[in-house]
Each structure stands twice: as C-alpha cells, then as structure tokens.
Design a protein around this ligand. Sequence first.
Ligand code: 3HC
Length: 295
Amino acid sequence: MELDDVNTIAVLGAGNMGHGIAEVAALSGYEVNIRDIKEEFVQNGYEQIEWSLNKLEEKEQIGEGEADATLDRVTPLVDVGEAVGDADVVIEAVPEKMDIKKDVYQEVEEHAPDEAIFATNTSSLSITELSEVTERSGQFCGMHFFNPPVRMQLVEVISGAHSDEETLDVIEGLAEEFGKTPVRVHKDSPGFIVNRILVPLMNEACWLVHEGEATIAEVDSTTKYDIGLPMGSFELGDQVGNDVSYHVLEYMHEELGDAYEPCPLLAEKVENDELGKKTGKGFYDYEDGDGADVP
Ligand code: 3HC
C-alpha cells in the first residue's frame, strides 16, 4: 500500500480522540467512516465533530462552507463490517484496555480488506502485543494523536516489533497529509515517549494534593505560570480524561513498577465518573460537557 492508495479511513471509537481524529482526517479530504458500538455514542461523536467544525468556520480557521463539506465526508456507523469493509487505513481509538482492543482487532480482521493498514491510537499499550492478535502484524503500527487532535501538532508513529517500513512510511505520510508533525518512535515501550513523561507529571500532581502538600489551584498555577505549560496539570487531566490517565498509569504500574502507581485521588475521580470535560466534571466543573468552557 502506498500513501496515494489511501482514500477511505475507518476510525473506530467515537469518543474524545476518535471524533477528533475523524475530524482531522475529513478536513484533509479523506472519506471517513466513524464507528462506535452504540448509535448514541456514534451520534454524540458526530455532533462533536459538527460543533468543532462550526467553531473553526466561525473563527475563519477554515473557509466558508468547509464545515458542511467536511461533515459530508464523515459517515457515522455502528456496523463494523460497513465501517471497515472499504477502508484503506483503520485507526482504532477505543478504550485504553488491552482486552477491549484485542477483541476489536479480532472482529475487524474478519471484515477489513487484506491490504488495509491497522493503526492504533493507544496511549501506552504494547503495539507488538496488539498486532499479534491480527494476521497482519507487519501492516500494524501506533499512530498516537494528542488531545484535542484538531489543535495538537504532534503525532507519535510507533513501530511494533513486526511493523514493516512501508506501513510506517504510509502512516507517517498520512500524519503529514493531516497537517501534523509525525515523530517516529522506534521502541515500543509503555507510554512511548510523551505519556512516559506527561502522565507521571499529572499523577505526581495528584499525589501532592492527595498528601495535603498543595491545593489543585496552587499546582495548576505553578505549572501554568511558572513552568510555562499551556495548561495546569489538573486542567490537562480533565482535558485528556481522568479515565485515560488512570488506565495508562495502571498499565505503566504493571509493566514498569511502583513509581507509576496511580494516585487514589485519580482513582476516586474515575470511580465517581468525574472524568473531566467530557462528563462535565473532573477536577474542575464545566458548564456543559462540550469542552468549550475551560475554567
Ligand atoms: N475544536 C474547535 N475549537 C475548539 C476545540 C475543538 N476541538 N477545543 C477547544 N476549542 C475552542 C474553545 O472552545 C475556545 O473557543 P472560544 O475562544 O470561542 O471560547 C478556543 O478553542 C480556545 O482556544 P485558544 O487557542 O484560545 O486556547 P488556548 O490557546 O488555550 O489553546 C489548547 C487551547 C490548544 C488546548 C492549549 O490549551 C493546549 O495546548 N493545551 C495542552 C493540551 C495538551 O497538552 N494535550 C496533550 C495531552 S496528552 C494526550 O492527549 C495523550 C493521551 O494519550 C493521554
């Protein structure tokens, strides 16, 4: 498969990352099938794409009429066969759990064309292990976007132990077609590069608050105004989703040891479904769950 052969992209999972990736792909002119397991999930993802495209058009970041034209290239689906049957590239962005992702790949393998490339947006899990549940471990790699995909420049392109060069080249080229900057990650280790650094930072911020050393406001004002990061640690946690950070840490804890033990404060947020912007409440409260109101 060459980059020029890519016309249709299937995005599996219509959550925060899935709908953002689908939007980016459609903005670049690709036909996009976005799929989730329930009609309400896929509909919600589709509406988030519409909201975001309208916002971009209002701000003249895209041309007049481009929001509708882009949306026309997005097909929301529940049937997995329909979603991947004509796909050249399948980008998977389902929940960050090894078992869930493996089940998805087994199902997708039955329906996707033999030449289709599988790219996982996993935040931390082993690309090699995921690829081994398919019959195409050479045509399999990581394509890790950052939240919100429409705004973040970086894409990590991660090589699993079996990924072939041709596949990595196509996915790197695709990231460039999306207007992103791909960075090749040669080692398939937990959290890859960015999350190996960023997620422990967010976890450490939780430990500071959990142990009564600082308040959320103090931590966030120092990260934002002193270190110079664009968001405070807790704002960022709410942006990426507290469940995502928690699952990444659980995996890193299992694979890399106690330094990555998830803080109970984070676990509590997940138990209470206070996942951040997407549920309207996380470390901060949001007026509505659409991600528009950063405190
Ligand atoms: N589409 C369109 N517009 C959007 C949007 C979207 N998806 N998301 C937010 N906006 C809008 C907001 O509604 C707001 O609109 P308003 O001005 O009308 O109220 C506006 O964008 C805010 O944009 P600004 O440029 O004014 O705001 P910032 O300069 O603060 O930039 C940001 C926002 C780019 C998100 C910036 O805060 C940032 O870079 N934050 C860090 C994000 C980050 O690090 N992400 C990576 C996390 S790690 C990860 O994702 C990996 C995973 O595996 C865990």
